[in-house]
Write a protein that binds this ligand. Structure first.
Ligand code: PRP
Ligand code: MN
Ligand code: MG
Length: 179
């Protein structure tokens, strides 16, 4: 399968939007010492840039859970690795690069709630509203809403590649011409 890549969101726009989200979080979490939990691998770049904008006292952790193979969500959710076990009464902000079907987050949220945190909100750089399987009331901060394209770059991968790209690209399948 051949794919064509075209630029969708430039790094400059990502940074501007991230700055605004950071300002909003600083206002919302004044004196609350939130715990940011980044979902690896995709969130690493957004997490880094977002946290540079955070001025309230906070803690940072990462978890890992993977469900994608190639360009389609397999729907299968694996085990969560690295979940902190001291989140009782904490204000949690989960950081994602993208919310697609929402299955990854539903799974993470279910596990988090077992420890009875004080609050849980989700901050995702990207959201595909049309792909979301059920409403996610924890989704408080969203950078950009996308159509149902496959996207790569700025942490997001295509078969493991492209996470290092500064900008976000959309890919489309190229139909081979008969030759
Ligand atoms: C991607 C993305 C989100 C999740 C969204 O991660 O980073 O974590 O899929 O999809 P969903 O809403 O349909 O569950 P992936 O599983 O590809 O792992 P990665 O972050 O390591 O690339
Ligand atoms: Mn991910
Ligand atoms: Mg992936």
């Amino acid at each position: 399968e051949d794919r064509e890549f075209e630029i969708l969101i430039e790094n400059d726009n990502i940074c501007k939007r991230t700055r605004l989200i950071g300002i909003q979080i600083n206002l919302d979490y004044e004196n609350r010492c939130p715990l940011f939990i980044g979902v690896l691998n995709g969130s690493f770049m957004f997490m880094g840039d977002l946290l540079k904008e955070i001025t309230v006292s906070c803690e940072v952790a990462f978890i890992q859970v993977s469900s994608y193979s190639g360009a389609k969500s397999s729907g299968k959710v694996k085990e969560i690795l690295g979940l902190p076990d001291d989140i009782h009464n904490r204000d949690i902000i989960i950081v994602e690069d993208i919310v697609d079907t929402g299955l990854t987050l539903s799974h993470i949220l279910k596990e988090l709630y077992k420890q009875k945190p004080a609050s849980v909100k989700v901050c995702s750089l990207l959201l595909k509203p049309a792909a979301l399987k059920e409403p996610l009331e924890e989704l408080e901060y969203v950078g950009f809403e996308l159509a149902n394209d496959f996207v790569v770059g700025y942490g997001l991968d295509y078969n493991g590649l492209g996470r290092n790209l500064n900008d976000i690209y959309r890919t489309k399948t190229v139909v081979p011409s008969a030759s």
